[in-house]
Design a protein around this ligand. Sequence first.
Ligand code: ADP
Ligand code: MG
Length: 701
Amino acid sequence: MPVSQTKNIDPITPVTYVKGVGPKRGAALEMSGVKTFIDLLYHFPRRYLDRSTITPIVNLRVGMDATIVGKILSMNSVRTRKRPYFQVLVGDDSGQLRCVWFNGAKYIQRVFKTGDPVAMSGKVEYYGGIQFVHPDYDILESAEWATLNTARIIPLYPSTAELKKVGLDSRGFRRLFNKVIEIISWQVEEILPASVLQSLKLTGINEAFRQIHFPDSAAALENAQRRFKFEELFYLQLLLAVKRQGIKALKKSYHYSGTGPLLKQIYEKLPFQLTSAQKKVIHEIWEDMKSETMMNRLLQGDVGSGKTVVALLCASIAVGNGFQAAVMAPTEILAEQHHRNLQKLGNVVGIKVRLLIGGQRKSEREEILEEIRSGTAELIVGTHALIQEGVEFRNLALVVIDEQHRFGVVQRSQLIAKGFNPDVLVMTATPIPRTMSMTLYGDMDVSILDELPARKGKIITRTVNVDQLDKVYEYIRKQVRKGDQAYIVYPLIEESAKMDLQAAIQGYDYLRKKVFPELRLALLHGSMKTIEKDQVMREFSAGTVDILVSTTVIEVGVDNPNATVMVIENAERFGLTQIHQMRGRIGRGSKNGVCAMVERKRAETSHKRLKIINGTTDGFEISEQDLKLRGPGEFYGTRQHGFPKMKIADLLVDRELLKIARSEAFMLIKSDPQLRKSEYCAVREHLITNYSEYMNFIDIL
Ligand code: ADP
Ligand code: MG
């Protein structure tokens, strides 16, 4: 039965049942993810137009971002030899404004008709008079235009090329929603718990839908938006709470009688004092290890904060109790490095440390696999392959995952699928702002190493321009003569990977032939074979390469205390966190390090960003600032495993709401882990219908 004749709405009613949506529109809507009637209600306006947001044309000033509302007075194509364009003249009571579209924007000529009321938004520019270039436009209904001088708020809807083809531009959506509101009685089932609605004074779902599409007032609109933002964040956090709950429900098959003999022995032989942050973190991890539920913990610590020794000490507890521990690194080079360091410390107390990587001889590999099976190998270091290639452990109780710069956590389900169910500690050197980690790693407990061990060497960071490059090169030459080594890093940004790679190769050729013909240079980039990369890294570590020219940051993660200079080309193109981590690679030993950030294209925002790097060495501070300047997209995008996309909430702007949503969601799952109580029936239903793709088998309620 069509929606238009019913009173109650079944949430899964296909959108094609809505009057005004036929098969064609239905197909276009489906491409935008709108399949059901409810989906349509969740197609929220992208912004709103009202009196307070409109600027009279006479008040426009160059440089302003503004929205004007007026009528189309005239339109014409202007042919010039250089750059033909299409111009539209818009007039309001106060004056006229030219809006310009350059060639390539032919479609625009068919969009408007003379006399159409329109809203135009853009930046005011000057070219023989003020104008908008390629403004955002919205065609209004005459009736809407007439009411704009009252307190009317007009929603502007997002659209796509496909939707526009079937008449669903912004105005088309308003027409559609006008029909929808006439014909339904707004009976959508509430999906937030009543207690939460009440304590947070949130608008009920039906009223909120009405206000978000047909706002009565700015205040009512704001309340409706707050409700949907909360709803989105609440379900995101509920998902994480459920995941965490699933892990907590797993009981260990082994248990610790104490920290064992090895921890103390290693501790007493460390060549340094642990920082108090390290002690605190080891304590937190130990609490998890001895608990009877599984550990799922993230250890965040800036580059150089001393995560490796934390991992070793925790591993020594496992080994001291007769269990095996594994350390996984993202690359073979890093695995080898961990192996070397851990073996040095392990040897002191007789822990059998073994390395398992792809490059080993068959006989050697067989032998190690056997040792892992029998339990002779106590601490095993390797890459992800450790848990993937039919490796059999005797009694694996702890897995430490050193992610370095990469997001993306090995899913516990992956471990379970291999027959393992160990405590998991993920270490990351990426200092993620709290707001972000609440989501990215929201299903884990978090420990933070917020203190750096006192180090002898200091890093001096400077922004330089192209004219100063000769001096930088001269400095490198001087340091190399003293026996030091240097990195020169080129950006490799995914979207322009090919061109970036070319720039790096050209740069390398130029440096090798023209700048440093007397020195030993090597090139390292992501498209090289692993064996080639490893070879280059080994040569660099061994000191047979003076300058390593590189495009990738991951491989730069290797410790070479002899490297003291880093040049970062086109530094303006890197993320701040990336730069911060890269520079952490120099001055690792007792010598000072110098990091020169070459700014090739000076823009105000990037210059501001680079200044932040000059100003502080605190990774958390840097990532917090970076997040503010670039928005959460970059952080979000790097996590391998998907999260639901936020439609209305903004993880940065709405951080206070996020905190509340998190605490409400976690409290709910704590009080009713499986959402079995009748008052949470709708919540459970909504979670399962809409978020099941983000859960895996252990999470199923
Ligand atoms: P990261 O957290 O970047 O992995 P590492 O574990 O590699 O850092 O430690 C960096 C360096 O600091 C290593 O050479 C390590 O031996 C040293 N280190 C670790 N903890 C301390 C400490 N408490 N005091 C002094 N040096 C330390
Ligand atoms: Mg490390």
